[in-house]
Design a protein around this ligand. Structure first.
Ligand SMILES: [Zn+2]
Length: 333
């Protein structure tokens, strides 16, 4: 047997053996309620009989407890822990902010069952930041300024996340925070290529909003309007880079960085010309001359198909692929 492998005593084999842990459906009854759950158990690798694994009973009890709470529509311990994380708050301040006794949350996390009333409050604030805001407002004198500040900032972060969820605006903030000089025209072009290229990486675009085929290429109207005041100047925002980074997933950041490092090495006017030679923009501008204003929607399917086709030829998921594609397009521009 290899060193370092975990072994336990098997009562049948009468020696130390290696083992594996499995799950099986099981039932139990707690307070007259039948609980179905997935039970962990260990099997001896040599004789395949059940083997006692220290710690597994505790794991099973936790699973039963969670299932019991779900059946009774009571908040689970793991969901209470998520509230602490979501609102960046400790157990005692959370208790006070919700108007509970100081140690209530601590006791719940230690395993005490919450009352239906308190459980409902916890379920409510776990989903709804506005409700949390109301409780915080009502009980703010009961906690320290530091704790209060942390909670308020966490609520604001939730609100911003909701606002930017699945949105070009969130990606736009990230691009603007890149440290480069970003104008609205450039931003729109990068967003367009993030929309198209992210689908090649993720199978689904990270920007769900449709864009429009304006005179200067694809535009996301809500983002354009938001930064309209900057005109042709560099866009400036007051959100910190660290804060904006926290709004995006790792994958969203990676694909946006990739587009910035490939398509984004060209300037806004070049990218405008590039989009003007691509099928999605041309198709959306049918019957219009190059200088006509338009707010025609760009067809999502045409964007998908066009970039899937180009990807087959050039492999747009590589830097050299994007370079080869753009070099070939330059010949037509
Ligand atoms: Zn055995």
């Amino acid at each position: 047997m290899s060193a370092g492998k975990r072994e336990l005593l098997c009562s049948k084999c009468c020696k130390r053996v290696s083992y594996h842990i499995f799950k099986r459906p099981a039932k139990t009854i707690i307070k007259d309620i039948e609980i179905e759950y997935e039970e962990y158990y260990g099997l001896c690798d040599e004789c395949q009989s059940e083997i006692y694994v220290p710690g597994l009973d505790d794991r099973n009890e936790d699973v039963i407890e969670e299932e019991f709470r779900k059946k009774k529509d009571l908040i689970t311990i793991s969901d209470i822990k998520k509230i602490l994380e979501k609102y960046n708050v400790e157990k005692r301040p959370l208790s006070k902010l919700l108007g509970f006794g100081e140690l209530t949350i601590t006791r719940y996390i230690d395993g005490q069952l919450p009352s239906a009333k308190y459980s409902d409050i916890l379920l409510e604030v776990s989903r709804d930041e506005q409700k949390m805001k109301e409780y915080v407002e009502a009980n703010k004198e009961k906690v320290s300024a530091v704790a209060l500040n942390k909670v308020i900032r966490a609520i604001e972060k939730c609100e911003v996340e909701k606002k930017y969820d699945n949105s070009a605006e969130k990606i736009a903030l990230y691009i603007i925070s890149s440290g480069r000089e970003i104008t609205n025209l450039f931003l729109q072009k990068i967003l367009y290529y993030v929309k198209a290229i992210s689908e090649l990486f993720e199978g689904k675009s990270i920007i769900m909003e449709p864009c429009e085929a304006w005179k200067f290429g694809p535009v996301f109207p809500s983002v354009y309007e938001k930064y309209r005041e900057f005109g042709k100047q560099e866009i400036e925002i007051s959100l910190s880079k660290e804060y904006v980074n926290g709004l995006l997933t790792k994958q969203e950041k990676q694909v946006t960085d990739y587009v910035m490092n490939t398509f984004g090495i060209y300037n806004a006017w070049f990218l405008k010309d590039l989009t003007h030679h691509e099928e999605p923009w041309i198709a959306a501008r049918k019957g219009l001359s190059e200088d006509d204003a338009s707010r025609n929607l760009m067809d999502e399917e045409i964007i998908s198909h066009y970039f899937a086709k180009i990807n087959e030829k050039y492999d747009l998921k590589t830097v050299v692929g994007v370079e080869a594609y753009i070099n070939d397009m330059k010949k037509e521009m």
